[in-house]
Ligand binder design. Structure first.
Ligand code: NIG
Ligand code: FE
Length: 402
C-alpha cells in the first residue's frame, strides 16, 4: 500500500466522461487530504480526519504543502521522431511560414527523412526520452502517433516503440505523402494494403491529417473507413489552417476526436456540439506557430466535449508540458482552471477509451497522481511555465520526485 498523507489539497474532476458544458468545471476539492493506493489502484481518498488505522505494510509519502491532482493524460503527441527542426524553427523566427516550409519539402517530410535514417533501437530510445520528459511534467498516460516513417518498417517500428514506452499507440498512416509515391491516392493504396493489416494489430486508433497539401476529405474518408473496418478507433487532424469539412467527416464516421480546430467556424462549433466527437484543443501548437487559437469557449458554451493536449512534435509544438497547456487554456482559451483540469485528465482519457479507470482520483481508478508544489491546485494553470511538479506517482509507485 502507498499512503499519500497530509496533502494541502486533493483536486479531482467529479463528473463522468466526457464532461460537457457546466460539468466541465466540476472539480471536487478536499482540504487536508489523503490518497491510499493498493495494487496499482486507488482504494480510498478523502479528508485526513476520515483516515482510519491501516494494517500491513504501508509506504508513506508526506504531502505537506503539496496538492494532488490526477496524473495528466496527454491524448495527442507525436513522440516517434529522430533529429530535430531547430533550423526550421530559426527560419520561422525570421519570417518563413510553417506552410511554406512544408510545401518546399521541409516540415514533416524532413523529419520523415531523419526518422527513416535511424534503426528501431534509436526510435525506442527517442520515444523513451520523450516519455521521460512528459512524465517529469506530470503526464502519466500518453498517446503516441506514428507518422514520421510512412513506410511499412518505420511505421510499425514507431507503433512498437510507443507501446514499449507504455503509451497508447495511434497509427497516423496518413500524415503526409512521402516522395516515392506519385500522389496521395497512390500512397494511401500502399498504406492500406501493405501497412494497415499489421498496424491495426499494434495500434488502438488511426489518425489522418486533413489539410491542403496533406489529405482531402474524400481521401480521409477512404482511409478512416478502412481503418474502422479493421477495428481501430478514429481520430482526425482537422481545421488546423483551413476548414475543409473535417468536422462533418468526423461526425459522419463517429470519430473519437477531431484535433486542432484553429480554423473552425460557427457551423463546425454547432456540428461538434451536437455530436459525441471530442474536440481536442492544442493551444501550444497554435502558440508555437503563431496561429489563431481554437474557439474553445464557444465550443464549451455550445455543449461540445473538449480535451486539451500538447501535440508534442518537432515542428509545430516542441512542448511536452500539459501544465503549460493548462496555463494557455486559461490565458488564451478563456477556460477556468477547473475546466482545464477536466479537459487534460478525464476527458482526455475518454478520447483514449480509458475514462473508466484513468483521469480521476477516486476508488477503483488507476493510482496515477501528480503532487504539485503549491498551496492551491489552481497553480497548475496559474504558474505559467512553473516548476510545479514535485512528485509523480504511477500505478501506485513513486516514479519521479524532485
Ligand atoms: O499536429 N499537423 C500535422 N501534424 C503535426 C505537426 C507535425 C510536424 O510539423 O512535424 C501537428 O501539428
Ligand atoms: Fe498533431
Amino acid at each position: 500500500m502507498l499512503l499519500v498523507r497530509d496533502l494541502a489539497q486533493l483536486a479531482t474532476p467529479s463528473a463522468g466522461a466526457p464532461a460537457r458544458g457546466e460539468a466541465l468545471g466540476e472539480v471536487e476539492v478536499v482540504e487536508r487530504a489523503f490518497v491510499l493506493c493498493e495494487g496499482g489502484r486507488i482504494i480510498a481518498c478523502g479528508a485526513m480526519s476520515q483516515l482510519g488505522a491501516l494494517e500491513g505494510e504501508v509506504e508513506e509519502v508526506d504531502g505537506s504543502g503539496l496538492c494532488a491532482i490526477p496524473g495528466l493524460v496527454d491524448c495527442h503527441t507525436h513522440p516517434c521522431f529522430l533529429g530535430d527542426r531547430v533550423e526550421e524553427f530559426a527560419l520561422r523566427a525570421a519570417g518563413a511560414s510553417y506552410e511554406e516550409l512544408h510545401a518546399a519539402g521541409g516540415g514533416i517530410l524532413s523529419t520523415v527523412r531523419a526518422t527513416r535514417a535511424g534503426d528501431e533501437s534509436e526510435l525506442h530510445a527517442a520515444v523513451e526520452q520523450h516519455r521521460g520528459w512528459m512524465l517529469r511534467a506530470g503526464t502519466t498516460t500518453f498517446e503516441g502517433k506514428s507518422g514520421y516513417g510512412l513506410d511499412r518498417e518505420t511505421e510499425l517500428a514507431s507503433l512498437r516503440a510507443v507501446a514499449a514506452a507504455g503509451g497508447v499507440p495511434t497509427w497516423l498512416g496518413a500524415h503526409a505523402t512521402p516522395p516515392e509515391f506519385e500522389d496521395a491516392d497512390d500512397y494511401l493504396e500502399f498504406a492500406l494494403t501493405e501497412v494497415m493489416p499489421e498496424a491495426a494489430q499494434l495500434a488502438q486508433a488511426a489518425d489522418v491529417f486533413v489539410e491542403q497539401g496533406a489529405f482531402t476529405v474524400e481521401q480521409a474518408r477512404r482511409y478512416l473507413s478502412a481503418c474502422r473496418d479493421a477495428g481501430l478507433a478514429l481520430r482526425l487532424h482537422g481545421d488546423q489552417f483551413n476548414e475543409l469539412g473535417a468536422v462533418e467527416l468526423a461526425v459522419e464516421l463517429g470519430a473519437r476526436s477531431i484535433d486542432h480546430l484553429e480554423a473552425t467556424g460557427e457551423a463546425g462549433v454547432r456540428g461538434l456540439a451536437e455530436s459525441d466527437v471530442v474536440g481536442v484543443l492544442l493551444p501550444a501548437s497554435a502558440l508555437f506557430l503563431d496561429r489563431p487559437m481554437p474557439p474553445a469557449r464557444a465550443l464549451v458554451d455550445a455543449g461540445a466535449a473538449v480535451a486539451l493536449a500538447t501535440d508534442f512534435n518537432p515542428g509545430s509544438a516542441f512542448c511536452e508540458s500539459l501544465a503549460l497547456v493548462c496555463s494557455l487554456a486559461s490565458t488564451q482559451l478563456c477556460l477556468a482552471p477547473a475546466e482545464a483540469l477536466t479537459a487534460s485528465t478525464v476527458n482526455a482519457a475518454h478520447v483514449l477509451g480509458r475514462a473508466d479507470r484513468c483521469g480521476r482520483i477516486a476508488p477503483g481508478f488507476d493510482a496515477d497522481l501528480v503532487l504539485l508544489a503549491a498551496p492551491d491546485w489552481r497553480h497548475l494553470a496559474y504558474h505559467l511555465g512553473g516548476d510545479l511538479v514535485a512528485t509523480v506517482i504511477q500505478g501506485g509507485r513513486v516514479v519521479w520526485s524532485r
